[in-house]
Structures are given as C-alpha cells and as structure tokens.
Design a binder for this molecule. Structure first.
Ligand SMILES: NS(=O)(=O)c1c(F)c(F)c(-n2cc(CC3CCCCC3)nn2)c(F)c1F
Ligand SMILES: [Zn+2]
Length: 260
C-alpha cells in the first residue's frame, strides 16, 4: 500500500496479535458524521436481486458466523448505487457487542448500534475469483445494515434457530433457501465511501454501502449471537462478543449520501 508514513495499528479484542497496515489510507470502519456527508445526485438506487437457492451453509469461522453462497454464477447480485458494474454475493456475517451499548463497526455521529450486518459481494466482471477481487481497489462491495433493539425480526429468527449448531469455531451446517434481502431495510437511503475489509487481510478493496435505516431485532435475538464461541470444541470457552474493529481515521475521504 505505497510508502506512506502513516501506520494504522489494529488494537482490538478478538484478534490474536496487533496488526499494523503500513500506508493505509482507506481503512474501515469509520464514523459517519451525518452533516459532513455530501449528497450526490448522480448516485443511483441500489438494485438487489438474490436467489435463495444459492444459499449453501452457515459456519463459525472463529471471528463471526457467516452464511455463504454459491458464487459460481450471477444468480445473486447487486448493481447500481455507486457501483460501476454488478457484484456477486459471496457471504454475509455480523459484528456485535457484549452488551447493547456497542457492537457495530461503523458509527453514525459517534453512535454505536448493538450490531451490524455485512453482505459481502465481489466484482466477477473484472476478476476471476473472490480471492483475486479481495486484492483490488474495486474488487468488493459490502452492504452494511445496522441492527437496533426493538421488535423481533422474523427473517433473522431462521438464522438464530441455526446458531446452536455452529456454537464452536469451525463448525458448519447446511442452510438453504434463505433470501438475505429480508434483512435489508426497504428505505433506499444509504451512505457510500471507499474503504477496506475490517478483518484480515484488511485490504483496501471495499466500496462500502451503509444503509441509513437500521433493522429491528429483539433482545433474545442479540443474546443468541452472544452464545457463540470464538473457541473450538474442547478448548476453554471464550464467548464470541465484541468482534468489531476499532474506528479508523477518515484521512482524505468524503462520505457521499444518496439522500438529501
Ligand atoms: N467485515 S467485512 O469487511 O465485511 C469482511 C469482508 F469484506 C470480507 F471479505 C471477509 N472475508 C475474509 C475472507 C477470507 C479470505 C481468505 C482468502 C484471501 C481473501 C480473504 N473471506 N471473506 C470478512 F471476513 C469480513 F469480515
Ligand atoms: Zn464485517
């Protein structure tokens, strides 16, 4: 990442060792200061079309739990918004806190939400594989959705019911016919900015699309996330909580909004 002198140190619980990103100029997550975001009238509506039959399995990778999709065709894609072309859905996962006061990765006007959903897509038009796209500036597009405490979310409950089966790191169960668009607010408003993965390899390859409106989930559903473990079966148990990266400097970036 260039010879920049700026070093960004990763200091979070959950990761095994401190990581610094030499020369990082577009790291994620960031605080979104609503009044500093710039309305861009040329931003298009984001078009989301997922095919539930591409859903494969849920697994606990020791950082989060993720639902992975068959990304060998263009069956589940997003297009429009700030994107130059279509991007294929690869997986979605969440970040959450030990308590409801924090847990999201991005903040809005320095406010944390109790959790944040990330739907990870990759640019299969320009790159042959996800692993290649992860290394390219326009390789990934991640939709971020905030979760707030409120009414029970019926679509999320299908996921919550499966969590006991993936309690330990490296456990996986088959999961099919799930359409993650039920987890995305119908309000079209979003912010967008150029950033990075918030987990290793932290590459600066993500066009972030952060939905303005949160979805509501109830306390039992958030508590279900907190029953997961960072640790494998047989190891001393460590609850999977606070699996979010700390805020990174905005540097020379502008956050654009699709709304006034
Ligand atoms: N929080 S985030 O920024 O939305 C986010 C992402 F965008 C990701 F792409 C991943 N990701 C990591 C890998 C391992 C690959 C292993 C082979 C080399 C490329 C990474 N698969 N997906 C991820 F874990 C994550 F948390
Ligand atoms: Zn994430």
């Amino acid at each position: 990442w260039g010879g920049g002198s700026c070093w960004v140190t990763l200091r979070v619980s959950g990761w095994k060792s401190p990581l610094t990103i030499p020369g990082g100029t577009r790291q994620s997550p960031i605080n979104i200061q609503w009044r500093d975001s710039v309305y861009d009238p040329f931003l298009k509506p984001l078009k989301i079309s997922y095919d539930p039959t591409t859903c494969l399995h849920i697994w606990n990778n020791g950082y989060s739990f993720l639902v992975e999709f068959d990304d060998s065709t263009d069956k589940s894609i997003i297009v429009g918004g700030p994107l130059e072309n279509q991007y294929r859905l690869k997986q979605f996962h969440f970040h959450w806190g030990a308590i409801n006061d924090w847990g999201s990765e991005h903040t809005v006007d320095s406010k944390f939400y109790p959790a944040e959903l990330h739907l990870v897509h990759w640019n299969a038009v320009d790159y042959p594989s996800f692993e290649d796209a992860v290394m390219e500036g326009n390789g990934l597009a991640v939709i971020g959705v905030f979760l707030k405490l409120g009414a029970r979310h019926e679509g999320l409950q299908t996921l919550v019911d499966a969590l006991p089966a993936v309690r330990h790191k490296d456990t996986v169960i088959e999961f099919d016919e799930f359409d993650p668009s039920c987890l995305i607010p119908s309000c079209p408003d979003y912010w967008t900015y150029a950033g990075s993965l918030t987990t290793p390899p932290l590459t600066e390859s993500v066009t972030w699309i952060i939905k303005k409106k949160p979805i509501e989930v109830d306390e039992d559903q958030l508590e279900a996330f907190r029953t997961l473990l960072f640790t494998s079966d047989g190891e001393e148990e460590r609850r999977m909580v606070d699996n979010f990266r700390p805020l990174q400097p905005l540097m020379n970036r502008t956050v654009r909004s699709s709304f006034q």
